[in-house]
Design a protein around this ligand. Sequence first.
Ligand SMILES: [Zn+2]
Length: 467
Amino acid sequence: MPEVDRRASVPLGKERRGLGGSRALVRALSVPVRVWSALAALLTALVIAHAALAAEPVRAVRVWPSTDYSRVTIELASEPRHTVSMASNPDRLVVDFEGLDLDSLSAAVANKVRPDDPYIAQIRVGQFKPGVVRLVIDLKAESKPQAFLLKPIGDYGHRLVLDVYPAVPVDPLLALLEDRPSKPAGAGDAPRIEPWPLDTRRGRAAPDRDKPLAHRMVTVVVDAGHGGEDPGAKGRRGSREKQVTLSIAKRLKTLIDAEPNMRAVLTRDGDYFVPLQARVAKARRVRADLFVSIHADAYILPHARGASVFALSERGATSAAANWLAKRENEADLIGGVNLGAKDRYLAQTLLDLSQTATISDSLKLGRAVLDELGDVNALHKPHVEQAGFAVLKAPDIPSILVETAFISNPDEEKKLNDSAHQDRVARAIVAGIKRYFAKNPPSRGTLATDAPEERLPALVPVVHRN
Ligand SMILES: [Zn+2]
């Protein structure tokens, strides 16, 4: 339970008495000069009484911890009237709300902060003064919080978003070089993956595990679509796209990391939102060789089914359906919540005026290889790679694809998407596609830290080949 401080609260009865003074107000207006101070006090009492009576309940409070940042979202039916400030000793974020119902806020924050939240120690609420409810976020370390409002969208009402970033931002490249176990609070254990089976299908050569595809470490960024405030598409049985995508992405990472000379970096490894541009920026920061975004499709009609693969288009979409899908996927930022006022040093790097033509050509090759493999484990929605303006595929120099693994809106496919054996098969098919792509399009010279002397990064540990 959060600690609720009611010391400053005013008994409701006292406030109600203020309302009875309206007749006194009329009389006071007819009396000249001397009563101004009394009149002012009366007006104050009226304002307070009005605020107390109109106190708005909180719809929901959600807390999303992660290693990148921890987010607190406070959702209301109308736009909150609030002020945000910082206090130190100990460090805390203070939000004063006008006309907010204390009891509903208190109930909504109860038990929301997990003990392993990296940045938030606890949330307390209390009646700060008549008509003003105070929410205090006690911070675990020196932080750079951001606060911003989001207008109603989808199922959400008005949201006040409080993002608690560490004073020194988490650098994905340093994290990769330190090879930290990428398990944030609550990310859960890596899924169990069975050994790679012998591939005898269609006379294809079995993947040679001892022969590296490249003479240097290649980095594949695996992007689990949606997350946190953005659930993505929802299945009829209640599954959420953000959970399915994370599960498949983690399996994909485990498989890629098991390959000689390949490693995977996840754009998110828990249930929290990463803005689309930040996903691209992370991939560029770690100098990724490939970017693979994992999604699950949805359509109004339940029989729509099958996997599909998309690449970026610079000039319009290849079909109306692809255009519609890109628009819906790009809405993630509106639903997930992006602070448009914030400037991120990594984001600035993505705003380059580079031609994407060569990259898109490679993305299509990668997409075809992955689609071909996916056809062995799932029905295909479209037999060819489609193109549209997906924001998450806009790294100008990294071949990038978006995989709609199946239709979560189709009850049969929803069941499969939740099945660990099927998730495994999908992940294996994507890895097989990536390997086929690299076999035909070997990565060029070194990337990553060896290319970035200006960053003064520690040297990479030499790659050990398994024999
Ligand atoms: Zn999606």
